[in-house]
Write a protein that binds this ligand. Structure first.
Ligand code: NIG
Ligand code: FE
Length: 375
């Protein structure tokens, strides 16, 4: 089954931007890209109406397997309270008492929200269960929604282990890993004051890598911790947040293969300073943008919103922000089949109800996603 998308005002293709373009999808892959007047026939035809076509967004950081609501915490923050990692424990309590059906229904709704806003690939983490059974069920449910599942047993130390952190690390690297590894592609750790230190993070990620999982990390959200350098040393696919970075962190990222994933929804929702993306880009670091959709620090499912903030408040150009939200995300998942539109790549793409991707930032908050093709 082939589909022609004709009358594309602006096509953001891997080899550059093309005006008055068309493309053909065959069997879920891009089979042809060219000028609109020379487009071949296909079984089916969609008229883009002069709109812009971009790759589907690749959202590489989300915590969708949760129950409960933390709007009161957000309200208190807007009145001046600081964000603290400890808030995660409230969501853990609510998640443990939720049924499988409730968890899956909530996550399914959020994935649908993401897709309606142009996201065609989403990573989903566990991390609000923090017992062997609860982490493993979060991953089992997440697998129904995406192949990009991440084991985050090391999100925080749960209340029942506050006096035995070493015992919790043993659990995370032992029986919990045994139960979770078969259902996960990635392992993640929150390496930050109030969560896990560099030595614990090293033990946790190393155990996961030994079991065949790819490494990713949360670090630099609340301060510098050495986590960023550890992520690069362990060849993690991505280190996420990167709000606080030392010169040594930047040098390490520039010399390594680890993507810096920035999460502007967090700074927006916690009133923290935004990360210095120009410092990263000038150093040659690959940058991704993701929503970090979660009930505590960033309850948005919208990549267009994150792009708008990245442009308005972080000083990215619209082209840089779009690239970070698509190809950058693909790099952060070590995927070469998504995140850009080229012959042979997956036809995960979005038709915008706008002549240019600049409108994603220029018209913040406006639903510009006209049609989404993809899985
Ligand atoms: O990425 N930083 C750790 N984890 C989440 C926050 C989760 C929460 O507050 O519930 C984050 O921001
Ligand atoms: Fe997170």
């Amino acid at each position: 089954m082939s589909t022609l998308i004709s009358n594309i005002g602006l096509l953001v293709a891997a080899d550059g931007e093309r005006r008055d373009a068309a493309l053909v999808i065959d069997d879920g892959r891009i089979a042809w890209i060219g000028e609109n007047p020379t487009a071949p026939a296909a079984d089916d035809r969609t008229d883009a109406g002069g709109g812009c076509v971009i790759p589907g967004f690749v959202d590489t950081h989300s915590h969708l397997m949760f129950a409960g609501d933390r709007s009161a915490e957000f309200e208190a923050r807007m009145a001046g309270r600081k964000y603290e990692a400890g808030g995660i424990r409230g969501t853990v309590a609510a998640t443990r008492t939720a049924t499988d059906d409730e968890l899956l229904a909530n996550a399914t709704r959020l994935v649908a929200e993401m897709r309606a806003q142009g996201t065609t690939t989403v990573e989903i983490k566990s991390g609000y269960g923090l017992t062997v059974a609860d982490e493993s069920r979060a991953l089992r449910l997440a697998q129904q929604l995406t192949p990009e599942t991440t084991y985050l047993g090391a999100h925080v130390v749960p209340v029942e282990f506050v006096d035995d952190v070493a015992g919790y690390v043993d659990l995370v690297t032992g029986p919990m890993l045994d139960a979770c590894a078969p259902q996960a592609r990635w392992i993640d750790v929150f390496c930050e004051a109030g969560a896990f230190d560099v030595d614990q993070a090293r033990a946790i990620l190393s155990a996961g890598i030994t079991r065949g999982l790819g490494a990713r990390m949360h670090s630099g959200q609340l301060g510098e911790s050495g986590g960023v350098r550890l992520a690069v040393e362990l060849d993690a696919a991505s280190v996420d947040h990167c709000t606080f970075l030392s010169d040594a962190d930047i040098d390490a990222l520039a010399a390594g293969n680890t993507v810096a994933t920035l999460l502007p929804g967090v700074e927006f929702s916690t009133r923290q300073p935004y990360p210095d993306v120009r410092r990263l880009l000038d150093a040659g670091v690959t940058v991704a943008l993701a929503t970090d959709c979660n009930p505590g620090s960033s309850f948005t499912s919208s990549m267009p919103f994150c792009i708008a903030v990245a442009v308005r408040d972080m000083g990215m150009t619209p082209a840089e922000a779009l690239h970070a939200a698509t190809a950058g995300g693909a790099a952060a998942l070590r995927r070469d089949d998504i995140g850009e539109l080229a012959i042979g790549s997956r036809a995960d793409l979005v038709i915008l109800d706008a002549p240019s991707y600049v409108h994603l930032a220029y018209r913040p908050g406006v639903p510009l996603i006209s049609r989404v093709f993809g899985p």
